[in-house]
Design a protein around this ligand. Structure first.
Ligand SMILES: [Zn+2]
Length: 108
């Protein structure tokens, strides 16, 4: 796969980006310690949103790191479920996906 190096660079960059985002989220959460009750309620709602964003960023990092190890193992671009080749079009949209389109649908 000719584009593998490019994909790897993109995935590495994405991990960095997500790492920075998680740091910002943590800082924002740490800064939320208002004494005002009304403000506290608003901040609590924001905290839930921020925590959700943090969790999805962490999940994405895990997926990307798994994709990078598949690159190291020379298995990148193959479906981990059925072993079929994952199409380039699909990898363009979801570069870290471990599944082909059919298996992804199966897994929901
Ligand atoms: Zn598959």
């Amino acid at each position: 796969m000719a584009d593998l190096k490019k994909r790897r660079v993109a995935l590495d960059a994405r991990v960095q980006e997500l790492g920075v985002r998680i740091q910002h989220i943590d800082q924002e959460l740490d800064s939320h310690n208002s004494k005002d009750w009304e403000e506290l309620a608003t901040e609590r709602e924001e905290d839930e949103v921020l925590e959700g964003m943090g969790l999805s960023a962490q999940a994405e990092i895990r997926m990307i790191k798994a994709a990078i190890s598949r690159m190291d193992a020379d298995e990148y671009g193959e479906c981990v479920d059925c072993g079929d080749i994952i199409t380039e079009e699909r990898l363009d949209v979801l570069p870290y996906t471990p599944f082909c389109r059919v298996c992804a649908a199966k897994h929901g």
